[in-house]
Design a protein around this ligand. Structure first.
Ligand SMILES: NC(=O)c1ccc[n+]([C@@H]2O[C@H](COP(=O)([O-])OP(=O)(O)OC[C@H]3O[C@@H](n4cnc5c(N)ncnc54)[C@H](O)[C@@H]3O)[C@@H](O)[C@H]2O)c1
Length: 362
């Protein structure tokens, strides 16, 4: 049950939303929510006052805070989006849910499956809309791939390959990682990072699992390459993994590889998924060239020549639109915290597999 009146009329112009954490990704949240007419972006909060004030000025946000507790107890809010670094998703998320506010949380939902499940339980008890920002769910091609697999258009899925390729450790297209806290915390377990596996592994495991199905076993190798003197820059010990390769078996028997790297020179930010079924194949590429609505197909006679054709897919909403629509319409939003927890379980198993050099059962 949701906290708010279900009447759309009462709700119009009344979703008072606050953004916690005003760093890089928060600008995407602010721009996306500002474009939704039912949202009133009323407050933002960051421990760095100047950053929060600049952010508020840029996005015309009236109230600025540097303390989450103060914000939650001072102003009226209906919903919050938590865009802080990974380690704060749990403690801040629990505070927000304690106030029974709808919550969109950045990914990964938490640092461990146990913590992610704690958030999902708390959200369910609070009776609010809860979503995790697995942002590649805005790909229309991904939804079409799922629809086609569910409709048995390629037959039983036998094999797949899923890659998430970044190269910000090798080139400065997004700035020099050595000089920016936003990149440095991602390289340090002391600062709550689970490395590339937690940061973007979460996306690629979701991207493959969403159309194909649940993971059953995983074997993973993590690698942390030396990249600074004594593997330390200032307060940051650079010990979090920056490349991984995993072999997986799915509950439906399909075998696949899932990998991600920050050393994938030649790519800035590209996700690729290829799915091979008994009777056909699907593939999609999500990158900055914005082909997010094109699904490539190899079906029928084209199987004889290995020939692919592109299919333009109908648009799907992004997570910001889904979150607001779920609040307005009194239904649950997708991907929800249970999905965030499910993927976190796969990430934990991948970690354990690397540590024990073993196949891990999910
Ligand atoms: N969904 C996506 O595609 C996507 C993309 C980028 C980042 N992210 C996620 O978004 C989150 C933030 O990433 P980012 O790149 O914006 O990081 P960032 O370091 O640029 O920004 C984080 C901000 O949170 C603030 N902060 C830290 N602790 C706080 C606290 N206790 N209370 C209030 N503010 C606090 C920091 O001062 C900083 O301004 C991460 O969890 C990251 O994984 C998601």
């Amino acid at each position: 049950m949701l906290r708010f009146p279900t009447s759309k009329k009462t709700f119009m112009d009344q979703i008072k939303l606050a953004i916690i954490g005003t760093g890089g990704m928060a600008h995407t949240h602010a721009s996306a929510f500002s474009a939704i007419k039912e949202v009133n972006l009323v407050a933002c909060c960051d421990v760095v006052r100047e950053r929060a004030e600049d952010f508020a000025a840029k996005h015309s946000i009236p109230f600025v805070f540097t303390d989450v507790d103060e914000m939650l107890s001072t102003i009226e809010l209906h919903a919050v989006t938590n865009v802080t670094p990974d380690r704060f998703h749990l403690p801040i998320g629990l505070k927000v849910l304690d106030k029974k506010l709808h919550l969109l949380s950045e990914k990964p939902l938490a640092e461990t499956f146990q913590d992610a499940r704690m958030l999902a339980d708390a959200a369910e008890q609070a009776g609010v809309v809860h979503m995790v920002n697995l942002s590649y769910r805005r790909s229309a091609a991904l939804y079409e791939a799922k629809r086609m697999i569910d409709a048995d258009k390629i037959g039983r899925v036998m094999h797949f390959e899923a890659d998430y390729l970044q190269s910000w450790l090798a080139q400065p297209a997004w700035g020099d990682w050595r000089e920016n806290d936003a990149w440095l915390w991602r390289l340090s377990t002391d600062h709550g990072s689970k490395g590339v596996l937690g940061d973007i592994g979460v996306h690629i495991f979701d991207l493959a699992g969403f159309p194909i199905g649940a993971y059953e076993t995983v074997q993973c190798v993590l690698k942390t390459f030396p990249k600074a003197e004594n593997d330390q820059i200032g307060a940051y010990r650079l010990d979090a993994n920056d490349s991984f390769t995993a072999m997986v078996e799915m509950e439906n028997g399909a075998l696949g590889t899932v990998q991600a790297s920050r050393w994938a020179t030649g790519y800035i930010n590209t996700l690729r998924l290829q799915i091979h079924g008994e009777h056909g194949a699907l593939r999609l590429t999500l990158d900055e060239k914005d082909r997010w609505d094109v699904l490539e197909l190899c079906l029928g006679d084209n199987l004889l020549k290995g020939k692919w054709r592109g299919k333009k897919c109908p648009p799907v909403p992004d997570n910001y639109q889904r979150f607001i629509s779920a609040i307005l319409n009194g239904h649950l939003g997708e991907p929800d915290f249970w999905r965030g927890a499910e993927i976190q379980k796969v990430l934990d198993a991948a970690y354990m597999s690397d540590y024990k050099q073993s196949w891990e059962q999910l």
